[in-house]
Design a protein around this ligand. Structure first.
Ligand code: GUN
Length: 286
């Protein structure tokens, strides 16, 4: 069997087009959705993400702001920016790029964001809302994964899903979203006994561990749908190359469908961020 490649790049483009239409509609009603991104320090990967977010926000017709702080900025300075953005009526979405420098308490900063502007869905209030089935802003990467799964499989009800990884950003919210769609969900992680055997049960595999090519084809049930969240930089001659958490060739030989890296989950994350910003804007303006 050779897997269908799930084209996240193309899917993300259709979502961005839909977001742009929605932005045009709310602008016609007199409101421009606005997204503010806060970046502390000089982490090169973060700087690239932030630049891409800003560009795509503008391309969708929204207002975009970047707030850059030196790596030595104090926690109080970051909290002060968050407080100002919370109070700013032109801003509907606030994203503080992670990781933050070690001397800043990321949990404290995230929970200082107005939950209605928390387009990352990381605020404890949004985490609780998602877990209890209330209206929430949902983390962008798992939301993008869910959209691809629904698009490819339709109804997820009763399907066996295994999420590999238990992070607050991907693994846990992914499990919540799959549960909300009535899948049977297992969260596997580094301490799971016989991980390959657990993954082999799955109709849906979401790999979010950050270990290059960890999941190999012999772990995959024939015909399963594999969503690879990993973005790992590995040396490739002079440069680095991006690889996922799944060994693409061997998994694609067994799976029914698989997302590539790059061009799978990655583009969906920013598209969902834009969608969350418009959602937050529409909720704010009733
Ligand atoms: N760093 C890596 N991924 C993310 C994300 O989804 N949101 C934020 N705020 N920071 C990140």
């Amino acid at each position: 069997m050779t897997a269908t490649i799930i084209d996240g790049k193309a899917f993300a483009a259709t979502i961005r087009a839909r977001v742009a239409e929605e932005v045009a509609r709310v602008k016609a009603a007199g409101v421009t959705p606005g997204l503010a991104v806060v970046l502390v320090g000089e982490d090169p990967a973060s700087a690239v993400y932030v630049r891409n977010k800003g560009r795509q926000t503008l391309e969708a017709g929204m207002h975009s702001e970047e707030h850059r702080l030196d790596a030595t900025a104090s926690e109080a300075e970051v909290l002060d920016i968050v407080a100002r953005l919370n109070a700013d009526p032109a801003i509907h979405g606030i994203l503080v790029q992670l990781p933050l420098p070690d001397h800043i308490d990321a949990g404290l900063v995230i929970d200082a964001i107005d939950p209605d502007k928390d387009v990352d869905g990381f605020h404890i209030s949004n985490v609780g809302r998602l877990a209890t089935g209330q209206k929430a802003l949902v983390p962008c990467t798992p939301l993008g994964c869910l959209m691809m799964l629904r698009d490819h499989l339709g109804d997820l009800s009763g399907r066996e899903a295994v999420v590999i990884g238990r992070s607050n950003i991907v693994g846990k919210p992914m499990a919540q979203l799959l549960l909300r769609d009535s899948a049977t969900v297992t969260i596997a992680h580094s301490r799971t006994a016989d991980l390959p055997a657990v993954v082999r049960r799955a109709d849906i595999v979401v790999a979010a561990v950050g270990r290059p090519k960890m999941v190999t084809g012999d772990w995959i049930k024939p015909g399963a749908t594999v969503i690879d969240v990993g973005i790992n930089r590995v040396p490739n001659g002079e440069k680095n190359r991006l690889v996922g958490d799944c060994d693409f060739e061997s998994c694609a030989a067994v799976a029914g469908a698989i997302t590539p890296v790059p061009g799978g989950v990655g583009p969906m994350t920013i598209a969902c961020l834009l969608a969350n910003t418009v959602t937050a804007c529409c909720r704010a303006h009733g």
